[in-house]
Write a protein that binds this ligand. Structure first.
Ligand code: SAM
Length: 219
């Protein structure tokens, strides 16, 4: 699966994408992540990507034309591979992203992300360039780069071969509380006193059926 990110801060996600699961997936050739600098798609010598909002008001707005050119260029590049493409504008007004949405997006061959900044992106991008708008939650971040990374990671985890066998099995079962060694730990609580916290005895019982039931109940 291929992910393309259009941003004015092309280095901002470098370290995240070059560690752990996403790095391994790229090394194995399961996914490809390409970052595109929006400034490379401007026509003027100052590489201007933003301008003041019509109607007045604070801040700057990302211009529609460079975004359009970037999306066109990215699509053209991979046209021959006939991947099923979806262009997504990260936006606070978008549909809320969740695990169900991750499953839906995992069916595409290529996702192109448009990351807003400042006061957002010229509305004509949402209307005529992007296929959809996605929000990662009801809180305001400074840009669409972290939301894009979140969507990429959640979608990537669903690609066959991404996770180890046991991990993907657990994923299907849902999420439940987990504990590891040691069996008991001593922590200072609010009052300043030391208190012992133990692992639920059921997890030490060796009774796999009961453990499964406990996990299901607590998931
Ligand atoms: N006043 C602007 C608005 O309401 O759209 C705030 C724009 S925000 C500071 C800049 C950019 O960050 C947005 O255009 C969007 O791309 C991204 N962004 C911020 N929070 C987001 C969220 N929760 N989900 C998706 N994108 C987000």
């Amino acid at each position: 699966m291929r992910f393309d990110i259009i941003t004015i801060f092309p280095k901002i996600l470098d370290s995240y994408f070059s560690e752990s699961l996403l790095k391994k997936a790229q090394d194995k050739g399961l996914i490809k992540i390409q970052i595109h600098n929006l400034r490379d798609f401007t026509g003027d010598k100052h590489h201007k990507v933003d301008d003041t909002p019509y109607g007045g008001g604070p801040g700057m707005v990302l211009k529609a034309e460079p975004v359009y050119k970037a999306v066109q260029a990215i699509k053209l590049k991979v046209k021959s591979s006939k991947l099923k493409v979806r262009t997504i504008l990260l936006s606070l007004r978008g549909k809320k992203f969740d695990q169900k949405e991750a499953h839906r997006l995992a069916k595409y061959g290529q996702l192109v992300f448009i990351c807003g900044r400042y006061e957002g992106v010229d509305e004509r991008v949402a209307k005529y360039v992007a296929d959809e708008e996605l929000s990662i939650g009801d809180y305001v971040l400074s840009g669409g780069e972290l939301p894009a990374a979140i969507v990429i990671e959640a979608v990537s985890r669903l690609i066959p071969g991404m996770l180890g066998k046991s991990e993907s099995l657990e994923e299907r079962k849902g999420t439940y509380p987990v504990y590891t060694k040691p069996e008991r730990i001593e922590l200072k609580v609010k009052s300043g006193k030391l208190k012992v916290f133990k692992v639920p005895p059921i997890l030490l019982s060796g009774d796999h059926k009961k453990i499964e039931e406990w996990r299901e109940k607590n998931s």
